[in-house]
Design a protein around this ligand. Structure first.
Ligand code: SF4
Ligand code: SF4
Length: 67
């Protein structure tokens, strides 16, 4: 299991990280952030392999993966 941190305040809700994750770890929130969008959040971290695909895909570089 790896640690995935997402800066939810800066997330623009594009969902690219959700699509990138092969294990369905990241989901969109039901709540809105200060930008008024549903933000990405790690939900099933026990499934995370630490591959880093989500971090690579995020256009705003707000995802950090620690193995
Ligand atoms: S590091 Fe890989 S497995 Fe973990 S949340 Fe990101 S894309 Fe999914
Ligand atoms: S790729 Fe980045 S900006 Fe897009 S939803 Fe995921 S965390 Fe937010």
């Amino acid at each position: 299991m790896a640690k995935v941190t997402i800066d939810s305040r800066r997330c623009k809700g594009c969902e690219l990280c959700v699509e990138a994750c092969p294990h369905g770890v990241i989901v969109m929130s039901t709540a809105l952030n200060d930008r008024g969008v549903h933000f990405a959040q790690p939900a099933r971290l026990e499934e995370c392999t630490g591959c880093g695909l989500c971090a690579v895909m995020c256009p705003d570089v707000i995802i950090e993966v620690e193995k």
